[in-house]
Design a protein around this ligand. Structure first.
Ligand code: AP5
Length: 211
């Protein structure tokens, strides 16, 4: 959990490399569908590019289908889901159905002004989606992904206007979920300003303790 630019995708990608779990990022799944111009992509593009949430029924259906796949039987890392209370309630049902309750909810707490700096400087690999930053996480060769050699681009929704919308929606629709998980005793809030590698070590401790 965390607002746009908090570092959810960066951490999820570091964690899956360490723990060998599937990374289920609804944002990545929608972007892939948009790239491939699938029916889901056509719907998602209408909402994502200007920073709005894709409707709950579409998003829940997508996650339901993904969690039913075999590679999720041993666990999974969710990134960007749930984002509304109805999504959180649906996730409770889905995880009961597959017998894999949520073990921990990690919230990356990052100040608003830092989110604008991070999103403004973010570049992502067009091929594998790996995130970079033009100041804090530079690739070895400018404009080229270290991992796969793909071209680094700026996301369509990484502009000031769309980011302001995404932040407003985060406060209104997504932040209330933190309380939902606090009451269930699952929430761990971590400082998102300590650097990606240090943050990963903190997350790792939580994952080891709640395995
Ligand atoms: P999504 O892809 O989930 O985007 P987001 O939540 O807006 O988050 P971001 O990907 O922008 O940021 P992040 O927290 O992953 O940060 P990152 O690690 O890249 O969703 C996109 C859209 O899809 C939504 O707006 C919505 O339309 C739709 N959608 C998705 N899920 C949905 C759902 N459940 N329901 C409905 N609609 C949904 O890091 C950002 C930058 O900071 C990078 O440059 C990185 O290098 C740098 N950085 C990261 N960590 C650190 C650090 N610790 N220190 C310094 N720099 C850092």
């Amino acid at each position: 959990m965390g607002p746009p630019g908090a570092g959810k995708g960066t951490q999820a990608k570091l964690i899956i490399a360490e723990h060998n779990l599937p990374h289920i990022s609804t944002g990545d799944m929608f972007r892939e569908a948009i790239k491939n111009q699938t029916p889901l992509g056509v719907i998602a593009a209408k909402f994502i590019n200007d920073g709005h949430l894709v409707p709950d029924d579409v998003t829940i259906g997508l996650v339901r289908e993904r969690l039913s796949q075999d590679d999720c039987a041993k666990g999974f890392i969710l990134d960007g889901f749930p984002r509304t209370i109805p999504q959180a309630e649906a996730l409770d049902t889905l995880t009961k159905e597959i017998g894999r309750p949520i073990s921990s909810v990690i919230n990356i707490d990052t100040p608003r002004e830092m989110l604008f700096e991070r999103i403004g400087g973010r570049r992502v690999c067009k091929v594998c989606g790996a995130p970079y930053h033009i100041v804090t996480r530079k690739p070895k060769v400018e404009g080229v992904c270290d991992k796969c050699g793909g071209e680094l681009i700026q996301r369509k929704d990484d502009n000031e206007e769309a980011l302001a919308t995404r932040l407003d929606i985060y406060i209104k629709d997504t932040a209330p979920i933190l309380d939902y998980y606090e009451k269930k005793g699952l929430l761990h809030t971590l400082d998102g300003t300590i650097g990606a590698d240090n943050l990963m070590k903190e997350i790792d401790k939580i994952l080891e303790a709640t395995k």
